[in-house]
Design a protein. Structure first.
Length: 114
């Protein structure tokens, strides 16, 4: 569990760093042509809201991963996905193998018309 917690904490830190990186690039661009103060405040508020939202998402995801019911649901979903993919590929393989070999070959090059 501790490893999982550390891993998700690292994800949160990495996304925070990414947000700061985007902010620095934005500020560098904005330095060339300064937006109106009201526009600047709106952008900064939007960036703060985005950062806060990402933090909440990854916190919730980390909490969910530690929930035993979540683990069981993940196993069930993965099993369903595996069954669906296996069935799809098995059906496709049967259809492909049931066609005559000539249908799999590309058409021969046709000579140019005079």
């Amino acid at each position: 569990m501790a490893d999982s917690r550390r891993a998700w904490d690292q994800v949160g830190q990495d996304f925070t760093s990414l947000g700061h990186h985007v902010k620095r690039h934005y500020e560098r661009e904005a330095g060339a042509e300064r937006p109106a103060p009201e526009d600047q405040r709106k952008v900064e508020a939007a960036l703060r809201q985005l950062t806060d939202s990402l933090d909440r998402v990854f916190t919730a995801l980390g909490d969910a991963i530690r929930d035993p019911e979540f683990g069981e649901q993940v196993k069930k979903a993965a099993s369903s996905l595996n069954e669906a993919l296996s069935s799809t590929f098995a059906g496709t393989t049967r259809r492909f193998r049931s066609k005559p070999e000539e249908e799999h070959r590309p058409p021969p090059d046709t000579p140019a018309s005079p």
